[in-house]
Design a protein around this ligand. Structure first.
Ligand SMILES: [Zn+2]
Length: 536
C-alpha cells in the first residue's frame, strides 16, 4: 500500500539523515581544516571522516530499502525525491570490497602521481604552473616545444593505471546493469546520454564556422607574436597545454587594470548591488581568501552544514583570474545560502552540480563584462569594450569545442572492450583535430590523453561545464526579461534568483528547475544568441 511505503520512506530518510547529517558536516569541516592548515593530523582526520560518510552510503540495508522504495508509489513528493536521490547516491558504492579497495588504491596512487609529477626540461623540473607560464609568456620556440612535451611526460607513467581504473569502473557499472561506467555516470547524474550527444551535435554545427573564424584569429595572433609561419603552427604555440584556455595578447589582457585592485571588495560590491550583501558578508566572515603557507592553492566553495555555514577558499591576488574565481565561488555560495532551510536535509543542496556551476559561471563571466569592469574596476573605452566581449566569446567558443573533445573521448574510453593506449591516443588526436582544429604533433602520442587529470580522477564530469554555461545564459536572459535590466547593478536579481532558482534546492530535478525558473526547457539558444551568432 502506498501509505505504508510512504511511511517506510519517511523512516528511511529520517534514520539515514540522523547519521549522515552530522557525518557530512564533520567530513566537510575536516576537509576545510586540511585545505586551510595542512598537517598529517588534518589529513588522517579528513580521510577518516570521508570514509565514515562513504560507509553510510555503502550500507547494504540502506541501499536495498532505497532501491525498493524509489520504485514504490509515495504520496509525498519531497519524500519521494529524497528516496530517489538516496538510491542514486548509494549506487556508486555498490562494489565488492575487493574491487572497491583496488579502485581506491589506484585513485590514491594516481592523485599522488599527478600532484608530484614535474616535467623535465633539460635540467629543470617544472610544475604545472611553470609550464603554463612558459606557454603564456615565453617566445623561445624550442623552449615552448620542450615545455609542452614535458607536460606530456606523465602520460606513460599513468596511462596503464588509468586503463585499469576504467576496466574496474566498467565492472562495477556492468554488475549494476549498465552498459559501462560512462552510461552509469550519466544515469546517476540524471542526464540522458542521447539527449546530451544530440546537444553536442547541435552545438558542433552551430559553432563550426564561427569557431574556425575565431581559431584563424588566434592563429594569426600566435604567428604574429611568435614569428611562426601559419603552416608551422603546433600545439605548443598556443597558451595552454590542451588549448583549453583562451589566449590573450598585450592588447586584450586586463592584467594592468587589476594591479592594486581589491578583488574581494569589488566582488562584494557587485553582489551587494544585486541584493546579496548579507549572504556575501556571512560567507566572507568564515572564508579563507588569501594565499598562505600550508594552504591549498586551488579554490572551492563548501556548504559545511546546509544550515548557513558556507565558506569559500581562495588565494586572491589582483588578477583577472582571481577576480573571476572569487565571483565564481561566491556564486556557489549564494545558491547554497538561498536554499529553503525547511526542506529535508537530503534536499537541501543544489538541484544538480551543473545547476550550481551555472550560477558560479554566470557571476564569473562578469570579470569580462564591460558593465562590471566600468562599475567596479576601471573605465573602459568603446574599443576596449569590444575587445572584452570578443574575449568572452572566444572563451565560450573554445569551451564548446573542448568539452566536446572530452565528452566524446570519455565515451570512447569506457566503450567495451577497453581499448589499448595507442588506439585511444589516435582517438584523442582525431578529436582534437576535428573539434579544436589542432595540428597533430609528430610521434606516437599514445598516452597524451592520460595527461588530463580529469579523465583519471573526475571521470565523466566535463559535460557539466558546458551545461552550466548554457544554463547561465538562459538564466541571465530570464533575469533581464523579468526585471527589464542587465545583470550588473540589477537590484532585482537577488529576488528573482532566490525565489525562482535557489529556493527549491534538490526538491526538483534540474530540467524542471530550469523550465520553472526561465519559462522554457534548457536549450542552447540563449548561449548561441549571446556568443555564437553574434560577432562581438
Ligand atoms: Zn564551480
Amino acid at each position: 500500500m502506498a501509505t505504508n511505503d510512504t511511511e517506510s520512506a519517511r523512516r528511511l530518510i529520517a534514520s539515514f539523515t540522523a547519521l549522515a547529517e552530522p557525518a557530512s558536516s564533520r567530513a566537510a569541516l575536516a576537509q576545510w581544516k586540511l585545505s586551510t592548515y595542512a598537517s598529517s593530523d588534518a589529513e588522517s582526520e579528513a580521510a577518516e571522516a570521508s570514509v565514515a560518510l562513504a560507509r553510510l552510503y555503502a550500507d547494504d540495508a540502506t541501499h536495498a530499502e532505497a532501491k525498493r522504495l524509489h520504485e514504490a508509489a509515495i504520496d509525498d513528493p519531497h519524500v519521494a525525491r529524497a528516496v530517489h536521490l538516496l538510491y542514486l547516491g548509494t549506487l556508486a558504492y555498490r562494489r565488492d570490497p575487493q574491487t572497491l579497495e583496488r579502485i581506491v588504491r589506484l585513485e590514491t596512487e594516481l592523485e599522488t602521481a599527478y600532484s608530484t609529477y614535474r616535467g623535465e626540461l633539460g635540467s629543470e623540473r617544472l610544475n604545472e604552473n611553470q609550464i603554463r607560464e612558459i606557454l603564456r609568456a615565453d617566445t623561445c620556440l624550442e623552449r615552448r616545444r620542450l615545455a609542452w612535451e614535458a607536460s606530456k611526460g606523465i602520460g606513460p607513467l599513468v596511462a596503464p593505471r588509468v586503463l585499469e581504473l576504467a576496466r574496474l569502473r566498467n565492472e562495477v557499472a556492468k554488475k549494476l546493469g549498465y552498459r559501462d561506467w560512462f552510461a552509469m555516470a550519466l544515469a546517476v547524474e540524471e542526464l540522458d546520454e542521447a539527449w546530451l550527444f544530440q546537444l553536442l551535435d547541435q552545438l558542433d554545427q552551430a559553432t563550426r564556422a564561427p569557431y574556425s573564424e575565431e581559431k584563424a584569429r588566434i592563429d594569426a595572433e600566435a604567428c604574429d607574436w611568435l614569428r611562426v609561419p601559419a603552416e608551422d603552427l603546433m600545439p605548443w604555440h598556443y597558451q595552454d597545454v590542451f588549448f583549453q584556455e583562451a589566449p590573450t595578447t598585450k592588447a586584450t589582457s586586463i592584467e594592468h587594470l587589476m594591479a592594486g585592485r581589491d578583488v574581494a571588495a569589488a566582488s562584494r560590491s557587485f553582489y551587494e548591488d544585486l541584493g546579496f550583501g548579507a549572504e556575501v558578508a556571512a560567507i566572507y566572515d568564515r572564508s579563507d581568501l588569501y594565499p598562505r603557507e600550508n594552504k591549498s592553492q586551488h579554490a572551492f566553495c563548501t556548504d559545511i552544514d546546509r544550515a548557513g555555514d558556507v565558506r569559500i577558499l581562495c588565494n586572491i591576488s589582483p588578477s583577472e583570474r582571481w577576480l573571476e574565481t572569487t565571483l565564481h565561488e561566491l556564486g556557489h555560495g549564494i545558491y547554497d545560502l538561498g536554499i529553503d532551510r525547511s526542506l529535508p536535509w537530503l534536499l537541501r543542496s543544489p538541484s544538480h552540480i551543473f545547476a550550481t556551476e551555472a550560477i558560479a559561471m554566470l557571476m564569473g563571466r562578469r570579470a569580462r563584462d564591460p558593465h562590471f569592469l566600468r562599475r567596479y574596476i576601471a573605465e573602459r573605452s568603446p574599443e576596449e569594450e569590444v575587445s572584452d566581449r570578443a574575449l568572452l566569446r572566444r572563451r565560450m567558443l573554445m569551451l564548446v569545442r573542448w568539452v566536446t573533445v572530452m565528452t566524446r573521448f570519455e565515451r570512447e574510453l569506457y566503450a567495451e572492450p577497453v581499448r589499448s593506449a595507442p588506439e585511444l591516443g589516435k582517438i584523442w588526436w582525431d578529436l582534437a583535430e576535428q573539434y579544436q582544429g589542432m595540428r597533430r604533433p609528430p610521434g606516437e602520442r599514445s598516452t597524451d590523453w592520460a595527461t588530463k587529470i580529469h579523465i583519471a580522477l573526475a571521470p565523466v564530469y566535463y559535460q557539466n561545464y558546458l551545461l552550466g554555461e548554457l544554463t547561465a545564459s538562459q538564466v541571465e536572459a530570464a533575469i533581464v526579461r523579468t526585471t527589464g535590466e542587465p545583470l550588473v547593478g540589477n537590484a532585482g536579481a537577488a529576488a528573482f534568483l532566490r525565489e525562482k532558482y535557489f529556493k527549491p534546492g534538490a526538491s526538483v530535478r534540474w530540467d524542471k528547475l530550469i523550465e520553472d525558473a526561465t519559462g522554457a526547457p534548457l536549450s542552447p539558444s540563449h548561449f548561441a544568441a549571446e556568443f555564437v551568432t553574434k560577432e562581438a
